[in-house]
Design a binder for this molecule. Sequence first.
Ligand SMILES: NC(=O)c1ccc[n+]([C@@H]2O[C@H](COP(=O)([O-])OP(=O)(O)OC[C@H]3O[C@@H](n4cnc5c(N)ncnc54)[C@H](OP(=O)(O)O)[C@@H]3O)[C@@H](O)[C@H]2O)c1
Length: 251
Amino acid sequence: MTTLGFLGAGHLAELLVRGLAGQGDRLVLSPRNAEVAARLAAEHGCEVASSNQAVVDAADGVLVCLPAASGADELARLTFRPGQPVLSAMAGTGLARLQAAIGPARAAVTMMPGYANAFRVGPSILCPEDGFWHAVLQKLGPVIAFSDESQFTTAAAFGAFSGASFGWMAHVIGWFQAQGLPPDTARTLIAATLRGNAEVLLREDRPLDDIARSVVTPGGISEMVLAALSAGDGLTAWDVGLDRVRKRIGG
Ligand SMILES: NC(=O)c1ccc[n+]([C@@H]2O[C@H](COP(=O)([O-])OP(=O)(O)OC[C@H]3O[C@@H](n4cnc5c(N)ncnc54)[C@H](OP(=O)(O)O)[C@@H]3O)[C@@H](O)[C@H]2O)c1
């Protein structure tokens, strides 16, 4: 049985624990945020260690879910074993900073949506490829590994895209509700539509432009919505937001 240690028992750790629970790993949590740690221990059979160092000592691999602003400093106070796999999910903490903080251990970085991983359908990105972490993350959804850290950092902006998509979905669902649809109906309609369309992109072999041309009829209702979005910067505003994220997480 593999022992996974979690440093930081907050929102992300809780979602990952939900996804990993019952899949054969021993999960050991850091003690700070006692309420969450105790709940996860009770609901998912995790153990709560006596200190952050005790997490590291017990773990085959350490998953870092600490606050991005202070996490690297906390890691530098701990002692890791040579070659011990350490995976950071902290937004904006690059490989060099992570490696410097964990000394002889083996650094890798990741990003994931979080919530979807609790349901084992959330993609994770990983840099560099690492067999230990690939096997762990694969239990939470598909894994995309990068050897080029700059590409990884660009890809990591998808974490923000994922979170922002909840605001977008809520907005559109709200429009259908405002026109009189029951909330549950509007929610199911939009969620099922997006899931279906995502499956098209994953399963269909045609170029994206071809697919778009086949569903957006000239002069039709889809084109009507796209025209309104373009006129209101509704599409290019995504670029503005993602540019800001890319800058914050990687310069
Ligand atoms: N939320 C997501 O879906 C998501 C997705 C991908 C990546 N991330 C990344 O994951 C990290 C955690 O995010 P989060 O949303 O889970 O934040 P969070 O809910 O604030 O969780 C962080 C946890 O770490 C604890 N902590 C702070 N300093 C600590 C220390 N020295 N030792 C042990 N525990 C300590 C905090 O305790 P206190 O509350 O007592 O300070 C808190 O429980 C961030 O770096 C973020 O970029 C999050």
